[in-house]
Unconditional design. Sequence first.
Length: 128
Amino acid sequence: MAEEPIAFLRAGPRPDARTDLKGGAQDVRFERRELDQILRTYGRMVAAGEWRDYAMDFLSDRAVFSIYRHASQAPLFTVEKRPELKSRQGQYAVLAAAGHILKRGHDLAQVLKFFDRKLLKAVTRQEA
């Protein structure tokens, strides 16, 4: 068995973080401002002891932030960004574990206010 030499190639331009390796379509991502709002809400619920873990998925048609009570279970809630719905009912949505839409809108801050009711219940339950 003859050994073949290792060919070292010069590094070319790096692919954009929003395109896949094949140079195809861009994945939908959360912007820094959006992610900051989501993580702020997530942090408050973790501090209240309601949530424990999260996951993010970036797909070609949507970005998904999944919220878990236990890492081994299905997500309790998902926060989705679907830019294709921006001009219709709104690109942001909170979905339940079963998949039905709990809140949808054009403004992420307004959509995330859905969790304020849950936080209020969690805090009053801990005080009692």
